[in-house]
Write a protein that binds this ligand. Structure first.
Ligand code: SF4
Length: 72
């Protein structure tokens, strides 16, 4: 599973990295540091990734199936 963060949608609310500290981090301005990127989610952090995606009020976080993403 991969997680993507839309840099245009992210408004820096900070909910995602608060809920998924092992996966995401904040930058000096309070935005998620991984915005604009697609990152691989380790199996042990999948629940955290789902919670972070659900908690983002801007809908900036999407979870992508690794197999289909690899085919793209
Ligand atoms: S919760 Fe959403 S809007 Fe807030 S920092 Fe994370 S990705 Fe950005």
């Amino acid at each position: 599973m991969r997680l993507s963060i839309d840099a245009d949608r992210c408004m820096g609310h900070g909910r995602c990295y608060s809920m998924a500290e092992g996966l995401l981090s904040d930058d000096e301005e309070g935005f998620v540091a991984e915005r604009g990127r697609v990152i691989e989610v380790p199996a042990e952090l999948l629940a955290d990734a789902r919670e972070a995606a659900a908690a983002c009020p801007e809908g900036a976080i999407a979870l992508l199936d690794s197999a289909s993403a690899a085919d793209a």
